[in-house]
Write a protein of this length. Structure first.
Length: 367
């Protein structure tokens, strides 16, 4: 298995008019599971294709283990890739699909190849399908075969390109768990691309967030969730999304007062809290960010509280999402035991530790 190093990786298309990946630096540890996530067009697939060798980079270096593979052809990189559309050979049986790559990339004997295929098929629970052709299989079974075909080769690095997107929600959940189990058991190094932030958060040891071809943030899922470096990451990670409200920031003695639009609310950040961050507060326009799960209902007139009107009550089982009239989209996630109706006035509060403050111009998180 292998450590992967990516240095200043760049990919331009159409003679430079499209910059798909813009100076990406990444270090992926041996045995680590890294998820790469971002909105459509952010450069996820291009990054993966450059790692695999299917796409040549415009500049930058890629190292897998000790080897600089930047100019090494895809077939000579010890990598297995699992695609969204399975990419199985339609006229070959499951056995032949799994055995083919092994035959091409190794000089194992026929007996040894057969032993490896059967052993992997048993590990994947597809041993009864070995004589079937792909069109006789369900989507989930096809993806299992595609995974088995990748695993049987025992490559240095696994690359996954949205492998579960074609499966229904229930199957996706069980396949996620299965991929994680296999990754742990085999100790493989894996890079997993998805546009689904939930999938990225639940599967990755580390999550890498791209936007516009640029690395926005990388870290453990909880770190990124709790400390987004900018407004984009704050809004992209977490569901429902973080709430944003434009605020003016005024000094009030040693505290900071955040004032909502049109005198809608005031929220004081304590001296102790501000003291830890004041060097960063140098802008004039800020956006307050608070996650729906960090907003709670309090008594009318309580300190540091905000009054709002409920537009919509959205029940989601154990919780209700209250859509409030504080900004275009402001949601409070509250216990479903308490009854609320559209039109009700509610008083809200949140803990200052959960408040994010973004510079409205640069998007940078200043707290
Ligand atoms: P999606 O989630 O929609 O697949 P992505 O994050 O994987 O998106 P990429 O497919 O890597 O994004 O594309 C990044 C950018 O590069 C996009 O602007 C895309 O239009 C552009 N691009 C990708 N491939 C090519 C190509 N072969 N020629 C020209 N532009 C391309």
């Amino acid at each position: 298995m292998a450590r992967v190093t990516v240095e200043s990786l760049r990919k331009e298309y159409d003679t430079g008019s499209v910059v798909a990946v813009d100076g990406l630096d990444l270090e992926i540890e041996d045995g680590e599971f890294v998820t790469v996530v971002g909105p459509s067009g952010c450069g996820k697939t291009t990054t993966l294709r450059m790692l695999s060798g299917l796409e040549q980079s415009t500049s930058g270096r890629i190292r897998i283990g000790e080897e600089d593979v930047t100019d090494v052809h895809a077939k000579n990189r010890d990598i297995a890739m699992v695609f969204q559309n399975y990419a199985l050979y339609p006229h070959k049986t499951v056995f032949e699909n799994m055995e083919f790559g092994l035959r091409m990339s190794t000089d194992l004997s026929e007996t040894e190849r057969e032993r490896r295929v059967v052993e992997t098929a048993e590990m994947m629970g597809i041993e009864d399908l070995l004589e079937d052709k792909p069109d006789e299989l369900s989507g989930g079974q096809k993806q299992r075969v595609a995974l088995g075909r990748a695993i049987v080769r025992e490559p240095d690095l696994f690359l996954f390109d949205e492998p579960l997107s074609n499966l229904d929600a229930k199957l996706r959940t069980s396949m996620r768990a299965e991929i994680q189990r296999l990754q742990r058991e085999l100790g493989i190094t894996a890079v997993y691309v998805t546009h689904d932030q939930h999938e990225a958060m639940t599967m990755g040891d580390r999550i890498v967030i791209l936007d516009g071809g640029e690395l926005q943030q990388q870290g453990k899922p909880t770190e990124v969730y709790e400390n987004p470096v900018n407004e984009f990451v704050g809004g992209f990670i977490g569901s429902p999304s973080m709430n944003f409200v434009d605020v003016a920031v005024e000094s009030d003695g040693d505290r900071l007062r955040l004032a909502g639009p049109d005198g809608g609310f005031e929220f004081d950040l304590s001296a102790a809290y501000v003291g830890r961050h004041e060097d960063a507060l140098d802008s004039s326009r800020y956006t307050l960010g608070i996650r729906p799960e960090n907003v709670s209902i309090t008594d009318k007139g309580a300190a540091n509280s905000i009054t709002a009107t409920i537009d919509v009550v959205e029940p989601v089982g154990s919780d209700n999402f209250l859509h409030l009239d504080l900004s275009d989209e402001f949601i409070a996630r509250v216990d479903s035991d308490v009854d609320f109706d559209p039109g009700d006035r509610v008083t809200l509060t949140f803990d200052e530790a959960d408040v994010h403050l973004f510079d409205s111009e640069t998007g940078r998180n200043v707290l």
